[in-house]
Design a binder for this molecule. Structure first.
Ligand SMILES: [Zn+2]
Ligand SMILES: [Zn+2]
Length: 384
């Protein structure tokens, strides 16, 4: 049983029964209060900031919170969870599966304004790049056999000319003249109560302590570039309508030094005019005239690859008989076996008949005594 002595409720200053909203707002206040941008080189503030984030990563997530309430730990691997971080809040958080930090930090930094401060704040928190969602419309054949698709995506990439810093060659910075590199300024005001001094983040440099001397000309100082790009994707054989392919890391670059977003492909597949997919099997309803069922005969049926296959119906085929054509179904996704094509015979009777047909049928009625079930039925009726 993992042990963890930290009282996250106490750290955030909330009651045990606090709502998620109360926890979020307590977290915002404290994260703002101890944010490293406001306390450069202040170890105590940095460790408070780390602690507050730790607490929020657990209490801000209802599942982890429930675990913590019950076991005193967010998850069984708790001790590893924040591991490897050493001193200070220098990254190592995973935001996967937990969307909380992104918007909170966006909020937090929007109050400081400016993209520099956002970028710097983000060096503390890994925020993933945007996911890019695209739709892929496949023909039936493409889905069954796989295909290659090219998507045009508009994605953000880190500017390579300046390594994402926004400064020419990634080097052309100078120390902020207003805060002399500390990132904070002291404001002195005369008030009714006398002179008051207050420490505030430096607006000139967005609390980073440095300003761009010469802007990177490639990205105009933004550090990132939006590009339309073509991405080729191999769609695997056996994909089906409604499935989603996630290409890890193929989305936009993070503008906050986090991992790339994902490329998410929503698959839609056009139906085949005759074949229906049932998992890896293909189903076909095959109408045949009763004469073919009786006498037998060859019937053409469609295969998924667009070719045609000749199915031989043996004489005296019963209605609803299913013929299995081995391995002519769909390939199993990520495996090497194929499904089958299952053909269900639907015997059709004529809706009207001429005199000649009727006469022929009369002869058949006289001679035929092979209807076992009909005979059994008649026997039972006779005994009533
Ligand atoms: Zn400054
Ligand atoms: Zn650049």
């Amino acid at each position: 049983m993992p042990t963890n002595n930290k009282d996250y409720y106490k750290i955030l200053g909330v009651e045990k029964g606090a709502s998620q909203d109360e926890i979020k707002s307590a977290y915002r206040k404290l994260a703002k209060l101890y944010h490293p941008d406001l306390h450069p080189n202040d170890k105590e503030a940095a460790s408070k900031f780390k602690e507050v984030n730790e607490a929020y990563e657990v209490l801000g997530d209802p599942n982890k919170r429930a675990n913590y309430d019950e076991y005193g730990s967010a998850n069984p691997n708790f001790n590893d969870f924040f591991g490897g971080n050493g001193g200070g809040f220098s990254g190592g958080f995973s935001t996967e599966g937990f969307g909380g930090f992104g918007d909170i930090f966006d909020d937090l930094f929007s109050s400081f304004g400016g993209s520099n401060s956002r970028r710097r704040g983000a060096s503390a928190v890994n925020v993933r790049g945007e996911d890019i969602v695209v739709d892929a419309s496949l023909s039936f054949k493409e889905a069954v056999f796989g295909c290659e698709k090219t998507f045009k995506v508009n994605k953000v990439e880190k500017c390579s000319a300046c390594s994402g810093t926004g400064a020419k060659d990634g080097r052309e910075f100078s120390t902020c003249p207003d805060c002399h590199g500390s990132g904070q300024v002291t404001i002195t005001q005369n008030t009714l109560f006398g002179r008051m001094t207050q420490v505030a983040p430096c607006k000139t440099c967005n609390a980073t302590g440095r300003i761009i001397k010469t802007k990177c000309s490639e990205c105009n100082g933004k550090g990132s570039i939006r590009n339309v790009q073509e991405i080729k994707v191999n769609i695997p054989a056996g994909i089906n309508d409604g499935q989603v392919i996630t290409m890890r890391g193929k989305g936009s670059a993070s503008i906050k030094s986090g991992p790339n977003g994902d490329l998410i492909i929503n698959i839609s597949v056009s139906p085949h005019p005759l074949l229906v997919r049932d998992g890896i099997n293909l189903l076909l309803e095959l109408p045949i005239p009763f004469t073919t069922a009786y006498l037998g005969g060859d019937v053409e049926i469609p295969l998924a690859d667009g070719s045609k296959y000749t199915l031989t119906i043996p004489p005296l085929t019963q209605p609803n008989t299913i013929f299995k054509i081995k391995n002519k179904g769909v390939k199993a996704l990520q495996r090497d076996n194929y499904g089958d094509l299952l053909v269900t015979v639907r015997v059709e009777f004529p809706k009207d008949a001429g005199r000649k047909e009727k006469e022929l049928m009369q002869d058949l009625v006289q001679s035929d005594n092979s209807y076992k079930k009909v005979k059994a039925y008649k026997d039972k009726m006779a005994k009533l």
